[in-house]
Design a protein around this ligand. Structure first.
Ligand code: 5GP
Length: 116
């Protein structure tokens, strides 16, 4: 798998506004937010996408969801709710081939998903 910008962020070669880090997971603000709260939660392990995850990665992917939930709680957006989004592949709109979970919230967000 080719090196992505997210691996450079993990290695701190490129700066990001990090909101959570442990030995397996990094979470940081999206550089082009589409909502008042827009975080990316990524595994440090370079999994290309949900399509490429192995059975052994299931716990890690679950942990990404838990970290997103905990960030939402910390930011006090849990009560009103938020969206979690994972894009997969070209038609899914995935731009960076390193698995990432979007945490989107802080406002009521559109449901506008339609074929282009
Ligand atoms: P995707 O479209 O692959 O689901 O989402 C990729 C996301 O990564 C986009 O929302 C984009 O704004 C974000 N992104 C791309 N490059 C950078 C970067 O260098 N830093 C940060 N913080 N976010 C980035």
């Amino acid at each position: 798998m080719a090196e992505t910008i997210f691996q450079k962020i993990i290695r701190k070669e490129i700066s990001a506004d990090i909101v959570y880090e442990d030995d397996e997971i990094l979470a940081f603000k999206d550089i082009h937010p589409i909502a008042p709260v827009h975080m990316l939660i990524i595994p440090k392990k370079p999994i290309e996408s949900i399509e490429k995850m192995e059975n052994e990665d299931a716990f890690l992917v679950g942990k990404m969801v838990r970290v997103a939930r905990d960030i939402a709680r910390d930011l006090k957006i849990s009560e009103k709710g938020y969206k979690l989004l994972i894009r997969v592949g070209e038609e899914g709109g995935q731009e960076i081939p390193h698995l990432h979970l979007h945490l989107l919230g802080g406002a009521k967000l559109s449901e506008d998903i339609h074929p282009v």
